[in-house]
Design a binder for this molecule. Structure first.
Ligand SMILES: [Cu+2]
Length: 68
């Protein structure tokens, strides 16, 4: 299992937090995703055999948020 933290822009409220977490958790290989709204970051635990960091970032941007 791998863990990463990705900076996400455009999240302003609890709805955004849920949307980003849901987008990530529906990916194969993602074990957990947890947004820190104040820090504008999402912590992700994932299986590198199922998804890579590029895939995680794509899911976030596909959900309508900016990835840094
Ligand atoms: Cu929002």
């Amino acid at each position: 299992m791998a863990a990463t933290v990705i900076n996400v822009g455009g999240m302003t409220c609890n709805h955004c937090k849920m949307a980003v977490e849901k987008a990530l958790k529906t990916l194969d290989g993602v074990q957990d995703a947890s947004v820190d709204l104040d820090a504008k970051k999402v912590s992700i635990e994932y299986d590198p055999a199922g998804v890579d960091e590029a895939g995680l970032k794509k899911a976030i941007s596909d959900a309508g948020y900016d990835v840094y």
